[in-house]
Write a protein that binds this ligand. Structure first.
Ligand code: ADP
Ligand code: MG
Length: 578
């Protein structure tokens, strides 16, 4: 684990070396300073030569300047090192998550990925910065100061050092308390955030039920809890600071008193006494660092472990080593004895056989949950079959590169996902290399150009978060424009118009029919009226593909489809007679 952790330092070796060396020099200078003071008092003062004192002071000043500069370097470069490592890891994580298959996202909560990418990486970055450096410097400073004190006066050194564990215990205890308080506070602010997020996202619902006051009260309660938690945290912090202050002053005082007594006995010079007091301050510094590390280390390492766990998950859908790049497929799709399940003990598809000819439009109908969407997700390899195989133009989809296979398939779904941005950007998502002319053509084909022309900013109109500013029909047209721009030979329409009213559906249907021209098309439809023109209809039920034929053939056969048709037809009659 540590080895893997340190491997992230490799690209920043130089930065680490500069930072680390500077930190060591700063620590050495700090250790040397009390000796200089002692020399000043015991050797220079009795001599009484003003010129020497000025010269030495100037020398000291130069050393101070150097030390200040190095401290700046350590602080800045140290943080730079931390953030560099954090950035590398974040990028690696994002890239890795993007590569994961649908199955991964079925089983992973978005919030978990978010907290890996933010909280965990903050902790790891902090540890990466402070871990090795502070640990080494603390040990070095502590033993350095103690060693020097011991050579000056062992008795006094031992008295001082005995108090250090006490101080460490106190600081560590305070840190733990403080940590709990902060953690509690973070939990409360998360609640407040969630409230804000919820009521902003749901503001239309809030206002339509005129529940503003109710929301205000809920918010006030959470906000109050947060205030309380933060106050507790500050209280603990104030207590920590003052008790540490108290302890360090106490230590200084003890050293001063015992030192004075030793001075009376002629066992300690004035200079030595002063340098001893200064050294107690040096001795205390590592206490802070070590106790901070005691907290940082488990936190950072736990974060790193979670990071590693995510990173080491291999995507379950990958290119085979000899995968072929395909282009201009004709769309001759075959399913051979396909079995598939999301859960090992809950089969969804069993022994499915299908043959779709190039350019054909095949409709899939059947009860919800029967597996229509699943059948279509297997073609672009969003999931892999468990048994059997799927081939396009005679080649198994698992022998094609994922990228080239998916470039040949366009999908329009019921829920259109749009990205925050402009209309142009959202259409261009279908083909990032598209020219302005191509984008406009695609919009035209999707009958979106009239809509765009009526908007004040045209193609530059911001569509709001997830396309909030567009109607359902407009969103669907945008999705269609995207696929026109992608121009794939194979098309999957998964209940593309199911969420729309019948009138809008009719209009969108026209765009879809145009989109389907000259492409192999799989249409999943809820309303049978929309698939009247399909070349073939497959009825999918829990038994698999139960019926297959043209629209009319299936009605004449008097089976499941005929039944479905009758129900929908009757509903329509009822609606008309009402
Ligand atoms: P249809 O599109 O015909 O309505 P689906 O293909 O979406 O049906 O679903 C088929 C079955 O698989 C259903 O029982 C559904 O609950 C299940 N299912 C669909 N997607 C997932 C998933 N991502 N994880 C687990 N089960 C799923
Ligand atoms: Mg479905």
């Amino acid at each position: 684990m540590l080895k893997q952790f340190f491997s992230y330092y490799k690209p920043h070796k130089r930065l680490f070396m500069i930072d680390f060396t500077s930190a060591v020099i700063v620590a050495i200078l700090e250790l040397a300073f009390p000796i200089a003071v002692q020399f000043f008092i015991d050797e220079l003062l009795p001599e009484g030569d003003w010129n020497v004192i000025v010269t030495v002071s100037i020398l000291l000043l130069l050393v101070y300047i150097l030390s200040t500069f190095l401290q700046y370097v350590v602080s800045y470069l140290g943080h730079k090192l931390g953030i560099n490592i954090e950035t590398d890891m974040r990028e690696e994580l994002f890239t890795h998550v993007q590569k994961q298959s649908f199955r991964f996202f079925d089983n992973t909560k978005t919030g978990h990925i978010m907290s890996r990418i933010t909280n965990d990486l903050f902790d790891i970055g902090e540890l990466a910065h402070h871990g090795p450096e502070d640990f080494f410097i603390a040990i070095m400073t502590f033993f350095g100061a103690f060693g020097i004190m011991f050579t000056i006066n062992p008795t006094l050194a031992l008295i001082a050092v005995v108090m250090v564990p006490l101080l460490t215990a106190l600081v560590t205890y305070c840190n733990v308390k403080m940590n709990q308080a902060w953690k509690n506070m973070y939990g409360k602010i998360a609640d407040v955030n969630a409230r804000v997020e919820d009521s902003v996202a749901g503001v239309r619902v809030v206002q339509s039920f005129t529940n503003e006051n109710f929301e205000m009260n809920r918010f006030q309660k959470d906000n109050g809890l947060f205030r309380k938690a933060k106050l507790v945290a500050y209280k603990v912090m104030a207590g920590t600071h003052s008790s540490i202050y108290m302890m360090t002053r106490l230590l200084t005082l003890v050293v001063l008193v015992v030192g004075a007594w030793l001075n009376f006995q002629d066992l300690l010079s004035y200079g030595e006494l002063v340098s001893f007091v200064l050294y107690t301050n040096v001795l205390i510094k590592p206490v802070d660092k070590i106790s901070a590390l005691l907290e940082l280390y488990p936190k950072g390492m736990a974060g790193f472990k979670r990071f590693q766990d995510l990173i080491s998950q291999e995507p379950d859908i990958q290119d085979r080593p000899n995968a072929k790049t395909v282009q201009e497929l004709t769309g001759n799709i075959h399913f051979h004895n396909v079995d598939f399940s999301y859960d090992p003990h809950k089969p969804v598809l069993q022994n499915i056989n299908l043959a779709i000819k190039p350019g054909e439009t095949v409709a899939f109908v059947g009860p919800s949950g029967a597996g229509k969407t699943t059948i279509c997700s297997l073609i672009p390899r969003f999931y892999d079959v468990e048994q059997g195989s799927i081939s396009i133009d005679g080649l198994d989809v698992r022998d094609m590169t994922k990228k080239s296979l998916r470039s040949q398939i366009g999908i329009v779904q019921q829920d259109v996902f749009l990205f925050t941005g402009t209309i142009r950007e959202n259409i261009a998502y279908g083909n990032q290399q598209a020219t302005e002319k191509e984008i406009r053509e695609a919009a035209q084909k999707a009958h979106l150009d009239d809509v765009i022309a009526s908007l004040p900013d045209g193609y530059d109109t911001q569509i709001g978060e997830r396309g909030l500013k567009l109607s359902g029909g407009q969103k669907q047209r945008l999705a269609i424009a995207r696929v026109f721009l992608k121009n794939p030979p194979i098309l999957i329409l998964d209940e593309a118009t199911s969420a729309l009213d019948t009138y809008t559906e009719k209009i969108i249907q026209k765009s879809l029919t145009e989109l389907a021209e000259n492409r192999t098309t799989l249409v999943i439809a809820h309303r049978l009226a929309t698939i009247r023109d399909a070349d073939r209809v497959m009825v999918v039920t829990s038994n698999g593909i139960e019926e297959e034929g043209t629209y009319q053939e299936l009605i004449d056969a008097g089976g499941v489809f005929a039944n479905l048709h009758r129900i929908q037809f009757e509903q329509k009659e009822e609606a008309l007679t009402k």
